[in-house]
Design a protein around this ligand. Sequence first.
Ligand code: ADP
Ligand code: ZN
Length: 726
Amino acid sequence: MIMLEEARDLLKRVYGYDSFRQGQEDIIAAITGGSDTLAILPTGGGKSVCYQIPAMLLAGTTIVVSPLISLMKDQVDALRRVGVPAAFLNSSLGAAEYREVLRAALNGEYKLLYVAPERLDAPMFGELSERMRIPLIAIDEAHCVSQWGHDFRPSYRQLAGWITRMEDRPLVAAFTATATPEVSRDIADMLALRDPSIFINGFARENLSLSVVSGADKKRFLTRFLQERPDQSGIIYAATRKETEAVHAELLRQGIPAGKYHGGLGDEERADAQEKFRFDETRVMVATNAFGMGIDKPNVRFVLHWQMPGDLESYYQEAGRAGRDGEESECLLLFEPQDVQIQRFLIEQGAGDDGRKSVQLSKLYSMMNYARTERCLQQFIVDYFGEKGVQPCGKCANCLDKSERLDMTSEAQKALSCVGRMKGRFGVAMAAKVLKGSRDKKIIQFGLDRLSTYGLMREWPEKEVSDWLYWLVAEGYLRMSEGQYPTVSLTAEALPVLEGSKTVVRRKITTVRKAAQSGGGESSPLFEALRDWRRAAAAREGVPPFMLFFDATLRELAAARPSSMDELMSVKGIGAAKAGKYGEELLAITSGAAADLSGEPDLFSRGGGAQPPSGSARRTGDAASGGAGSHTATYDLFAAGKDVEEIAQERGLSRVTVENHLMRCADEGAELDWSRIIPEEQEPLILEAVQRLGGDKLRPLKDALPPEVDYFAIHGVLRKHGISKS
Ligand code: ADP
Ligand code: ZN
């Protein structure tokens, strides 16, 4: 108790603050009360006070372990200014300085000694611990000790070993901003914390408004965003150096004072950019994630992520650099579903063992779920970090969203009961197949076709069934296991839905669906109506839609709006046979007799979200041939195992034409064996290039890739991953 009064007194005297922030007081009380402690506080939450005040109160020298050299210097300077003797040992010291600090430390002259673990070896640590009086070891950025964290450092692990083997071990207090419950447990284990007091606090940042912007034209969005905030300072995080350069150049072009920061720039250039930003000479900083460690600019009004980071820890740490002064600030994430696919692919192909990969993958899925959730975004994050009982924030994009909701309870019940019956032994893809009523070999083999939920959603396209399952994961009704082959199972949230005591609503969204739609190009109500008709007609015949007409033909039809057979036959792609077979139905639509068919635009767009289908089945990937055309003939030959060269010879066509045929078939939903189009070793290269340069144009991609990568493979990758349109 006395201690706490003293603590409050120190807070005022040393730091000039009147009151503790949420959590600080409890943490200080636990430490000074003699308990090992694990404190999880968000960036900017005020961790340093939590160990500096105990250090001042306890007799002896507190050791602070930190990986951040610049931060150490700042903190030591700040402490010295207020009369607290402190020093650091890290690689920025010259040999003489180093010896001097060590001497003074052994002499007990400091209250706090900061050390970078990579500067310590076992004998030195032994000497320090034997000759100094150390009441407390505070470990900052403690997640670095965990292999499950996002920033594992072997030197931390080593130090942890020494600490746990110390005779008469001091108190240990571990601090981090970014620990999921698994990482917390791992930290406690690795540091061998003794019955630690655990605090998870303050993750909700009341002054931050979070939002996710899906599928936007990023450049245009950014221009408008900055125009609307003419005086505000902010950070734009981009995934790569190249993209950082491009966004930076674009801002300069628009006359916005902007700086850039990434690992490809020299030290001086970076320091200069950082200073200019700090002093508001530049308004916007465009940077990779190399920027931010140790910067403490209070008036950052927004942090905009040009691309989705690989995990929520990184996202929230970076986003959290907004509003450190407590003023209202914004955090935006620009989200493209394709980013997930690329990142997933890169993880799968990347180095590292399977355990590591599966951790990265499940982190990626959580990040994706954040981008897709309809829950309060603040709550989602806080939950992720294991803090309980935080109410919806009332200011994030989802809390403010007023769009219409659809009651999806019955669809949710179907999906959830199916997953329940599969007993957590299968993944999302299998669950989707069961709901779809697929005759897949594995389904039959496992007897899953005998489940009562088999085929419950057979009228939905399989892809949309699996999107629907992912939505249920994002909303917390389902959970995916970690691991390379994640299985899906029910959460406690699912039970009230299954019992019928909770309804599930889904937002109706009206943004344009990108890439996910076959064919792409602008659509119109008439085009949509034609597509609906095609889907139904193809289902009747049991052939894929592209066998009837290609999108291009439908688009021409929609533009020409023929009202007679003659007009109809003048549309490219419609010969006498097709006109005879389908003419009347088509004319009924195009001449306006069926104008009401054009209702129900595609409203479900978030990352290709599930769309309640219009009652007609769509069969994809069915190679059965119906009406034959030039493209389908090519497709049939390809499906029969002929390669492009052979098909070109056989049909007297050019290679390029054959390739184009295949791509058009893919657009229409035909399944292609991509491995025959994209050489395996080229796929990661191409994806990496797409990640850097975008997928809008082929030429820059071709130029950036080795000469043996041909256009066909690039094209194929874009289609396979749903990245671009025709
Ligand atoms: P962290 O290490 O958790 O990212 P810091 O310890 O650097 O955060 O603290 C972030 C900022 O909050 C610093 O400017 C610090 O002085 C300030 N701060 C810490 N505690 C308080 C408090 N009780 N009242 C007001 N400001 C505080
Ligand atoms: Zn909210």
